[in-house]
Design a protein around this ligand. Structure first.
Ligand code: GDP
Length: 447
C-alpha cells in the first residue's frame, strides 16, 4: 500500500468515528481494527501494531472523554511509533563533525551522501565527502560525479584497496582543511547472504568506524524493503553504533511501514527521507508534521518552512509570512509564489508542501504537466483585475466575471471555475492563520 493510501485509510477510520453519535466499544474497536489493517498492509510488524492498539485502548476512556480527545490520542500514538524518543545529532557549524554512512548495497547510500552534504552546504556548512567504498567498482566515480556537481570536495581513489586507510586519510585531510562536516561513504553490505564476503564487509565497516570515530553513524534504508527492513536495520545496529536513519525512495510506491520498522529496530530517529534521485530531493523528517500530512490534516509545517526559505527570495519572506499569518492570502500571493516556484523545480515537491494544494493539481512524476497547469493558472490570473487578485474572498467573483476571465485568457469556462475551486481551498483565512503559529514566524526571523 502506498503512503497516501495508508494515510487516507487511517484518516477515514478516524473521521468515521467522528461521525458516530454514540461511540461505544464496538465503534471504537472497528476504528482501531481498520487502522491496524492499514498498518499491517504497509509492512508494519504485527507486534508494533498490537502494542499501539493496546496503548490506545488503555488511554482512551470512551465514557468520559470527548471524541476530539480520542482522535488526538490515536494521532499521538501514531507519532509515538515513529518517534525514537532520542534527539538527533546535528553537526555544529565551525566544529568538525564526522558522519559515517552505512547501508545495504543499492539502498541509495552513495546518492544520500551527496544529498546530505548538499543539504548542509546550502545551509552554510563546509562539507566534504570521503569514498571508503573500495568494494564496488565505480563507487568512487559515482560519488565524485555527484559531489563535483555541487562543488563539494571529495577524497578517494580507484586504486587503493584498504578502506580504513582511505577513510582515515580523507578525514585527516579534510580536518586540516577546516571542513566542518566530513561524510564517509562505506561499502554496501548484503545482509541476506551469510557469506564470507558479507561478514568481512561488516567487519570492515566496524574497522572504519573505529578508525574514524564518527560523531554520527547514519543508516540508509530503502523504503521498498518491506518486512525485511526490520531485521536488516537491527543487524546494522548490532554491528555499529547507528545514531540516525535516512529512509530513501519515499517517492513513488513507498510504504509507510518501513519508517516505523527503522525507528523500532535502531531506536534512533529518522532524520531525512529521500524523495527522488536528484540532489535536492531530501526532506527533513519530523514526526508530527509527517503524521499530519499522512492523515491529510494540514500541510507539512516544518517542510513548508524549509521550502519557503528555499523558494521565496529572502527579501520577500517576512512580508509573505506576515500576510499568511494574518490570513490575507490572495490570488496575487499565489501568483507570486507560482512565479518563484517555476524558477526552481522540481515543482511537485515544493507544491506538495503547500497546504490545501489538491493532489490533482500536482501529479507525481508528471512535472511537465504540473508546470503547464500552473502556467495556465497564471494566464487566467493575468485576465483578472487588481481588486480580484488582492481579494481574499473568491466568492465575490460572479458568473459573468468568470466568463470574462475565460474569454480574456482564452481558456474554457470550466477551467477557470476549476482553478478558482482549487485555489479557494488555499484562501481560507482561518486555515492559514492556524497554519503559521507565532513560533514558526519567529523561526524565519525579521517579524
Ligand atoms: P548504494 O549502492 O546504496 O550506494 O545506492 P546508490 O546511491 O547507488 O543508489 C541506488 C539507486 O537508487 C540509484 O539509481 C539512485 O539514483 C536511486 N536512489 C537513491 N535515492 C533515491 C530516492 O530517494 N528516490 C529514488 N527514486 N531513487 C533513489
Amino acid at each position: 500500500m502506498v503512503l497516501e493510501e495508508l494515510g487516507g485509510r487511517i484518516a477515514r477510520a478516524i473521521s468515521q468515528i467522528e461521525k458516530e453519535t454514540i461511540i461505544d466499544d464496538k465503534v471504537f474497536n472497528e476504528c482501531l481494527n481498520e487502522i491496524a489493517r492499514a498498518l499491517f498492509q504497509s509492512d508494519v510488524k504485527v507486534e508494533f501494531v498490537n502494542n499501539m492498539k493496546n496503548n490506545i485502548k488503555n488511554i482512551v476512556n470512551l465514557h468520559t472523554i470527548a471524541v476530539g480527545h480520542n482522535k488526538r490520542t490515536i494521532i499521538r500514538q501514531l507519532c509515538k511509533m515513529l518517534d525514537s524518543g532520542k534527539p538527533s545529532f546535528t553537526p555544529k557549524k565551525g566544529k568538525t563533525s564526522v558522519v559515517m554512512v552505512v547501508g545495504l548495497q543499492g539502498s541509495g547510500k552513495t546518492t544520500t551522501c551527496s544529498k546530505y552534504a548538499y543539504y548542509y552546504q546550502k545551509k552554510g556548512w563546509k562539507p566534504a565527502v570521503v569514498c571508503a567504498d573500495t568494494y564496488r567498482a565505480g563507487a568512487f566515480d559515482q560519488l565524485k560525479q555527484n559531489a563535483d556537481k555541487a562543488k563539494i570536495p571529495i577524497y578517494g581513489c580507484n586504486t587503493e584497496i584498504d578502506p580504513v586507510k582511505i577513510a582515515v586519510d580523507g578525514v585527516d585531510k579534510f580536518k586540516k582543511d577546516n571542513h566542518d562536516l566530513i561524510i564517509v561513504d562505506t561499502a554496501g553490505r548484503h545482509i541476506q547472504e551469510k557469506s564470507e564476503t558479507a561478514a568481512s564487509l561488516f567487519e570492515e565497516m566496524c574497522q572504519v568506524a573505529e578508525a574514524t570515530n564518527p560523531d554520527l553513524v547514519v543508516f540508509v534504508m530503502d523504503s521498498r524493503n518491506g518486512q525485511a527492513a526490520f531485521n536488516q536495520a537491527k543487524a546494522f545496529k548490532q554491528s555499529v553504533a547507528v545514531g540516525s536513519v535516512i529512509v530513501t525512495k519515499m517517492d513513488g510506491h513507498a510504504k509507510g511501514g518501513c519508517v516505523l520498522s527503522a525507528v523500532a529496530a535502531t531506536k534512533s530517529p529518522v532524520i531525512f527521507i529521500g524523495t527522488g534521485e536528484h540532489m535536492d530531493e531530501l526532506e527533513v523528517f519530523d514526526v508530527k508534521p509527517f503524521v499530519s500530512r499522512l492523515l491529510g490534516l494540514m500541510g507539512d509545517l516544518s517542510g513548508f518552512m524549509d521550502k519557503i526559505q528555499k523558494v521565496v527570495p529572502m527579501d520577500q519572506q517576512p512580508e509573505l509570512l506576515q500576510k499568511l499569518s494574518q490570513g490575507n492570502f490572495s490570488l496575487r500571493i499565489m501568483y507570486e509564489q507560482f512565479q518563484n516556484i517555476l524558477k526552481m523545480g522540481p515543482i511537485g515537491q515544493v507544491l506538495s508542501m503547500l497546504p490545501g494544494i489538491s493532489s490533482e493539481m500536482i501529479s507525481k512524476g508528471q512535472e511537465k504537466e504540473s508546470q503547464a497547469k500552473i502556467k495556465c493558472y497564471m494566464t487566467m490570473m493575468d485576465s483578472m483585475t487588481n481588486e480580484e487578485l488582492d481579494s481574499s474572498n473568491l466568492k465575490l467573483m460572479n458568473e459573468s466575471r468568470i466568463g470574462q476571465i475565460a474569454r480574456g485568457s482564452g481558456r474554457p469556462l470550466r477551467e477557470v471555475m476549476k482553478m478558482l475551486e482549487d485555489l479557494s481551498r488555499n484562501m481560507n483565512a482561518q486555515h492559514m492563520g492556524k497554519f503559521l503559529p507565532p513560533q514558526m514566524l519567529k523561526k524565519i526571523g525579521g517579524l
